[in-house]
Design a protein around this ligand. Structure first.
Ligand SMILES: NC(=O)c1ccc[n+]([C@@H]2O[C@H](COP(=O)([O-])OP(=O)(O)OC[C@H]3O[C@@H](n4cnc5c(N)ncnc54)[C@H](O)[C@@H]3O)[C@@H](O)[C@H]2O)c1
Length: 255
């Protein structure tokens, strides 16, 4: 895929890792639709990025909203070439806490947003991509999902989050196999600890102690490093059906 001619839908694009992907796609001449729940951040971001960026308020768990975002992109730019799923939530809570067992609704909500939302966007984006005229090599589109190292080493308080991200990792190969006949590649990135608004809320001391658990480089990841991998996946036509850890060799402990 040539990013300079591509139109990319980025969920969670109003903040953190998603925002970095939006900026990288635009820097390479592509077009980016920011699909995010957060209207304030999304509109402000799109307004500063020019006419190759568009914000559509989107809840990834809602089929109508996701279809509306895809339709807005196709109406504006002609075709959907890629979808990068960065929308996610990570409320920490133990399965059994001081106030009793984790309510099933809270567990289900995390699964619904992180796993269900990712799948929802993929299935609807794949439908739009399947209608694309293929490139000479047969490629019609690319899907990139964001898992987490918590998919493999979930920490204390991460039952719901780790399960949702393990689900995202597990989707990768069967989805790539399902969509091979349509010329659509599917990849996932499993980030370690990245410096996004998610972590910016922590005190400086806590950020330092988190960074100290990372072997090398012993610092939080820069969202631009995540975006660089996402852009590489879009461009490298032989990457398919794999989860790539991006974590500076971090292996998370229990807490
Ligand atoms: N930051 C990290 O260290 C890290 C590590 C591993 C994985 N991740 C994953 O990367 C992704 C991005 O994380 P981030 O750090 O950029 O977080 P962030 O909080 O900065 O951004 C997440 C964005 O998702 C949006 N969002 C939440 N629920 C949504 C919904 N239902 N529909 C549409 N948009 C929704 C939020 O409004 C927000 O703009 C998440 O899936 C997160 O789990 C982050």
């Amino acid at each position: 895929m040539q990013i300079s001619t591509a139109s990319v839908l980025i969920t969670g694009g109003a903040s953190g890792l998603g925002e970095a992907v939006v900026r990288s796609v635009l820097q390479r001449g592509g077009r980016a639709l920011i699909a995010d729940l957060d209207t304030v951040r999304g509109e402000a971001l799109a307004a500063g990025l020019g006419e190759r960026a568009l914000f559509v308020q989107t809840d990834v768990t809602q089929t109508g909203a996701v279809n509306a975002a895809i339709t807005a992109l196709v109406n504006r730019w002609g075709r959907l070439d890629a979808a990068v799923n960065c929308a996610g939530i990570a409320p920490p809570r133990r399965i059994l806490g001081k106030d009793g067992p984790l309510p099933l609704e809270e567990f289900s909500r995390v699964i619904q947003v992180n796993l269900g939302g990712t799948f929802n966007v993929c299935r609807l984006a794949a439908e739009a991509m399947a209608a694309n005229e293929p490139h000479p090599d047969g490629e019609r589109g690319v899907l990139i999902n964001t898992a987490s190292v918590a998919a493999f080493e979930g920490q204390i308080g991460q039952c719901a989050y780790a399960a949702s991200k393990a689900g995202v990792a597990g989707l990768t190969l069967p989805m790539a196999r399902d969509l091979a006949r349509h010329g659509i590649r599917v990849m996932a990135i499993a980030p370690g600890l990245f410096d996004t608004p998610l972590l910016a809320g922590l005190p400086e001391e806590a950020r330092h102690s988190l960074a100290a658990t990372i072997p090398f480089p012993a610092r939080l990841g820069d969202p631009d490093e995540f975006a660089a991998l996402a852009v590489h996946i879009l461009e490298n036509r032989y990457l398919n059906g794999e989860v790539i850890r991006l974590d500076a060799s971090l292996r998370m402990g229990p807490k």
